[in-house]
Design a protein around this ligand. Structure first.
Ligand SMILES: [Fe+2]
Length: 389
């Protein structure tokens, strides 16, 4: 989780009355809400509302999301081009599901219009990679600015609105984690601090910097997703009425360009690029970096047979040294069971290179991934044969 943070007005100790006169209905207090993970055993935050956060006016069904994962007749590599998927919907409804399994779901989103109503994902931590765009994430924890190449981590059950600045047009990669998505445990010392050898530090993780109290006694709908089910909750008041909070559960950003690559005399394996982890998968950042320095080093990754992993790369920027034919917003999926490696000619072409400006996001999953039908129709059928000259 991100480091402990405190903002706004808090009482001296937790679970004591936080006095506020006259307060809602003359009760004389702010209303405490404990936001926990892993039951009451995991990280938590404690927030203080102007009004009780439990005042539901209406609950209505709001539809279901179709389960779109398809079955493929063969085990094979895939290459999907998503740069030009049509703009559609808003930052929530415009998500195009591409692949997933029991642990993770991967979507692309190129929204056409602003987010229509508040949204809350009850089942998954969300990791939104901002390929293009800037703006503000609005939550009860206060405004959180974001920009190009930010990862935005939104803990499950955080009600939010993604507001984009007018230009450039938003372009997002959305990763949903069924388990808790967090900083890799091996980057932390026994006291929880990020180790000196980790590829980023607490200074690179950015939470809200101020509270953003919305004092509005007005019916406010929230679209809640759990599994494939959508429910519309109408609250009696706006839920962002928080005057203060502290803890370790809150949305935060990490910019991909703040990742400090670890390079060596010869090629380093992908775990050195690890950025986040969650049960069943990891997320890595291939950031611009020095290439291997030995005079005889092969500067592109060796061919490898994935062992108990499906490997997805999302290409963000730059020329990807080991791969031909990919473009910005391409995905490659190299599944378990069959080897992949540098494309023909790329070993020689990279021999004199000292630096790569490539930027890519990798998702490695333990369980097999399945593509959605929307992904299958974007798949390059010739890609598995592209290692032939
Ligand atoms: Fe690979």
């Amino acid at each position: 989780m991100p480091p402990y943070l405190r903002l706004g007005s808090l009482p001296r100790k937790r679970h004591l009355a936080h006095t506020h006169e006259p307060g809602f209905k003359g009760e004389g207090i702010y209303y405490e809400e404990v936001v926990t993970q892993a039951g009451f055993s995991g990280p938590y935050s404690i927030v203080y509302h102007l009004r009780p956060p439990t005042r539901v006016v209406r609950i209505e069904p709001a539809g279901t999301l179709p389960s779109e994962l398809g079955d493929e007749p063969t085990l094979r590599h895939h290459h999907l081009k998503t740069r030009s998927i049509p703009r559609a919907g808003d930052p929530i409804s415009g998500r195009l599901a591409l692949m997933g399994n029991e642990d993770v779901a991967v979507s692309r989103c190129r929204p056409l219009k602003p987010q229509e109503e508040l949204y809350r994902n009850a089942d998954a931590d969300e990791l939104i990679f901002v390929h293009h765009g800037s703006g503000t994430l609005r939550t009860m924890f206060g405004p959180l600015p974001f920009r190009d190449l930010d990862y935005i981590v939104i803990p499950r059950s955080t009600t939010y609105r993604l507001e984009f600045d007018p230009a450039p047009e938003a372009d997002l990669l959305v990763i949903e984690a069924r388990g808790s998505l967090t900083v890799p445990a091996r980057y932390r010392n026994d006291d929880g601090q990020l180790k000196l050898g980790a590829p980023y530090s607490e200074r690179d993780l950015h939470g809200p910097r101020e509270t953003g109290v919305v004092d509005l006694e007005e019916e406010t709908p929230i679209l809640v997703k759990d599994g494939c089910r959508l429910t519309r909750y109408t609250m009696a008041a706006h839920p962002f009425d928080v005057v203060g909070w502290d803890g370790m559960v809150y949305p935060y950003t990490f910019n991909a360009e703040d990742f400090e690559p670890i390079t060596g005399r010869v090629h380093q394996p992908p775990p050195v690029q690890q950025t986040f982890e969650a049960p069943g998968f990891v997320v890595c950042t291939f950031a611009p970096r020095m290439l291997d320095t030995d005079r005889e080093a092969i500067k592109v990754p060796y061919a490898h047979s994935n062992v108990q992993a499906d490997e997805v790369l999302y290409y963000v920027r730059g020329r990807f040294g080991s791969r031909r034919g990919v473009e910005e917003s391409s995905f490659t999926l190299h599944p378990r069971g069959i080897p992949h490696g540098p494309h023909p000619g790329t070993i020689v072409a990279s021999r004199d290179a000292l630096w790569t400006d490539e930027l890519a996001v990798m998702i490695d999953t333990v369980r097999p991934l399945r593509l959605t039908r929307a992904a299958m129709i974007r798949d390059d059928a010739s890609y598995p044969l592209s290692w032939m000259d």
